[in-house]
Design a protein around this ligand. Structure first.
Ligand SMILES: Cc1cc2nc3c(=O)[nH]c(=O)nc-3n(C[C@H](O)[C@H](O)[C@H](O)COP(=O)(O)OP(=O)(O)OC[C@H]3O[C@@H](n4cnc5c(N)ncnc54)[C@H](O)[C@@H]3O)c2cc1C
Length: 454
């Protein structure tokens, strides 16, 4: 049977691969002239590939690690994580329980209480539903006090959810804290982070090659411009990506192709814009409201190539609100610069509301805007250290998981017979990530299979 898949990110490629393995004829449409979606790489020069947005795996990320191994794609490098908080004018290590005990911005009693509260939560073994009715802010202030929120949890959530940190559901934080707890033995004692060597690209290439070997097509720079109720995908002309994300801006090209079923893996707003009027009307009652009720924040990430090391840490949460960015991720403190011919890379991260003015800045203006903040973290920093810079914006970078989120999640089945949607808003209560994109892609393939006999 013929299946059309919109999006060649991890979810779309995995679904297409599984379906093609069973003899279905799959076509993948991708707007961007490359594979991997939010996990895509760029050539930073000399053929060296690096992800546009910082990426690592946790040891609990079994789905993607299993897939990587199934595809026989070389080693995964596992390294101890090294995390810090920049607070009260200084970066302070924050990786081990001992770091927590030494974390002087919090009084000792607060530190002990905080550690015990986290342990209690992990041991309570309650289901996620027990944490869905309140915000993480309310829970933390009640269980640990105001200071741990101000100095630690608020900044941690701000690093993910920007201005909406205070509204995030406790269920989301519960997912983060209990996920690690499920690890046993050595894994639970020391957190390791994983990175596929030499980068994420071989995963996308291997999936594409296998889909094509199984008779499918993976078409990059070939967006879907329209989806109709009778399951026709009308493609947009090449180079449509230059017109942005809204498919209504793309020049439709040709008659379109009819499929037995379609899986869209695009963000909620893009999905709605893809549907023609009849398809929109055929959505299940309340489906459009669900799609529109979930907010996203834009990931706005400046990638710098530096001529020297910036800090000793891989991941620095910026807990000082006077700094205009929320995280510093020094990739080459995780993966050795030796893998990049001695070159060093630092991501300066922000999550912003869609209309924030900062998003209008170009890379050089943004670097100037960030310069004083970077110097607060490392007083020796100078723009002369910067050899190259790239700036990336992902409008659907982070779904905002507020109280009541589960009721807003759109089901994969859209109500239009044969049309499914699978995207990051459906990852819950875990944090969205490539691992869960694999799980989602496989789940979508299972559901499509049920609709569509081979
Ligand atoms: C800043 C940042 C840091 C992250 N860090 C990590 C990390 O450390 N570890 C981790 O595992 N994950 C991380 N993630 C998350 C991870 O990248 C995503 O969860 C995952 O890649 C989502 O995959 P997806 O296939 O669901 O969606 P996407 O990757 O968004 O794929 C959707 C695809 O649809 C395409 N598309 C859009 N419109 C059209 C159209 N009209 N026609 C055809 N195609 C279209 C897009 O171009 C895209 O390729 C991070 C994400 C960001 C933004």
């Amino acid at each position: 049977m013929r299946i059309g898949i919109v999006g060649a990110g991890v979810a779309g490629l995995v679904a297409a691969y599984r379906l093609s393995q069973e003899g279905h004829e799959v076509d993948v449409y991708e707007r961007w002239p490359g594979l991997g979606g939010q996990g895509a790489t760029l050539d930073v020069g000399d053929g060296v590939l690096l992800e546009r947005y910082y990426h690592h795996w946790f040891t609990s990320d079994r789905h993607i690690v299993d897939l990587w191994n199934e595809l026989e794609l070389g080693p995964i490098e596992w390294q101890p994580s090294s995390m810090a908080f920049f607070v009260d004018g200084k970066s302070r290590a924050f990786t081990t329980p001992l770091d927590l005990l030494k974390f002087s911005p919090l009084p000792l009693l607060d530190r002990i209480k905080m550690g015990l509260t986290v342990l209690r939560l992990q041991r309570a073994g309650k289901p996620v539903e027990a944490y869905e009715h309140e915000t993480a802010h309310e829970w933390i202030v009640r269980e640990m006090g105001e200071r741990p929120w101000t100095k630690i949890w608020g900044p941690l959530l701000r690093a993910k959810f920007g201005s909406r940190a205070q509204d995030i559901s406790m269920a989301w934080l519960w997912g983060k804290l209990t996920m690690r707890r499920r690890l046993e033995g050595k894994e639970a004692r020391k957190e390791l982070l994983g990175y596929p060597m030499p980068n994420f690209e071989p995963l996308y290439v291997a999936l594409r090659d296998r889909i094509e070997a199984n008779g499918g097509r993976v078409m990059i720079d070939r967006p879907a411009a329209r989806i109709s109720k009778d399951l026709v995908i009308t493609p947009g002309a090449p180079q449509s990506f230059r017109r942005g994300l809204d498919p209504r801006e793309f020049e439709p090209e040709g008659e379109g192709e009819r499929y037995d079923s379609i899986l869209a893996t695009v963000p909620n707003d893009v999905f709605l814009e893809l549907l023609d009027d009849d398809a929109r009307e055929a959505l299940a009652p309340g489906y459009t409201d669900k799609l529109q009720s979930i907010e996203y924040h834009t990931a706005f990430v400046l990638l710098l190539e530096l001529d020297r090391q910036f800090s000793p840490f891989y991941w620095t949460n910026v807990a000082d609100p006077s700094l205009p960015f929320i995280g510093l991720i020094e990739h080459t403190n995780f993966i050795s610069p030796a893998h990049y011919g001695g070159r060093r890379f630092l991501y300066v991260s922000n999550y912003l509301e869609p209309h924030e003015e900062l998003l209008t800045l170009g890379p050089d203006e943004l670097l100037s805007h960030y310069e004083a903040g970077l110097r607060k973290v490392n007083p020796a920093f100078s723009k002369e250290w910067v050899k190259n810079r790239w700036l990336f914006r992902e409008p659907a970078g982070q779904p905002i998981v507020t109280v009541g989120y589960p009721e807003r999640i759109p089901p994969l089945e859209t109500g239009v017979p044969g049309l499914l949607l699978a995207n990051t808003t459906q990852i819950y209560p875990e944090d969205r990530g490539t691992n869960y994109a694999v799980r989602l892609g496989e789940d979508a393939a299972r559901r499509l299979r049920a609709l569509t006999p081979a």
